[in-house]
Design a protein around this ligand. Structure first.
Ligand SMILES: C[S@@+](CC[C@H](N)C(=O)[O-])C[C@H]1O[C@@H](n2cnc3c(N)ncnc32)[C@H](O)[C@@H]1O
Length: 214
């Protein structure tokens, strides 16, 4: 069952996008559910971000879109996009999410580089890297999450479409940070400690929830 606030945000047309860059996360789906961290190139880190961004207690945030940038394996780079608006069978446990992602990545995608191809309801795959995300989210207000950024709480965060980019256990690489610095993209921090990626997603989400409740 969906909560009113969740539906309310979706109905208001506001969009929240999270991009997690997985430096080693498998783009092939050829990983073992029994051993996600090593066989999936730490795809478990990204799956926890999916849960934190998209799921609430007994519901899905319909206004949230998550992009997983997958840079591991011979199939890389690819981007998996998960849209809360249409996604089905999203469950909070890592195993179920891993199975969903594994099946989505196994669907043949014959697109040209850069275009998202629907592989399951709410799940699409593009052959490419962060550039695919920036093209897909053109017009969104971009923020790069980094420990050394400006305080997120000081930001207006009032755009109808916000895009938050963050790194995995290895952090955001220098080339990606350089690419983002060429955009209008504020570098923001959620606090003084270096946190796990999913915790950062939770803190950003909570800040946005508080703003929209105000
Ligand atoms: C586990 S941290 C990466 C740590 C990695 N050793 C590094 O030095 O970048 C994962 C990601 O979460 C985000 N992050 C972690 N702590 C943060 C903070 N306090 N504020 C904003 N983003 C943060 C950054 O995007 C970071 O790349």
């Amino acid at each position: 069952m969906l909560r009113g606030r969740v539906d309310g945000n979706a109905a208001s047309g506001r969009v929240r996008r999270f991009v997690v860059v997985g430096q080693t996360a498998s783009a092939s789906g050829d990983f073992s559910i029994e051993d996600l961290p090593s066989s999936g190139g730490r795809i478990d880190v990204l799956l926890r971000c999916v849960r934190a961004a998209l799921l609430v207690s007994h519901g899905v945030r319909r206004e949230v879109i998550v992009y997983l940038v997958l840079r591991g394996s011979a199939r890389a780079p690819r981007v998996l996009r998960i849209s809360g608006h249409d996604a089905q069978f999203l469950r909070p446990d890592e195993r179920s999410l891993a199975l969903l992602v594994k099946k989505a990545l196994a669907v043949p995608t014959l697109s040209g580089a850069g275009s998202f191809v629907d592989v399951k309801p709410g799940l699409s795959v593009a052959e490419g890297d962060v550039e695919c995300v920036l093209a897909d989210a053109a017009g969104a207000t971009a923020y790069c999450l980094a420990e050394d950024g400006l305080d997120l709480r000081e930001e207006a965060l009032d755009a109808a479409d916000n895009l938050f980019l963050l790194g995995d256990h290895l952090g955001l690489d220098a080339a990606t940070r350089r690419r983002l610095s060429a955009l209008p993209c504020r570098v923001v921090s959620v606090g003084p400690m270096s946190l796990h990626s999913d915790d950062v997603v939770t803190l950003v989400t909570n800040e946005l929830d508080r703003r929209s409740a105000g």
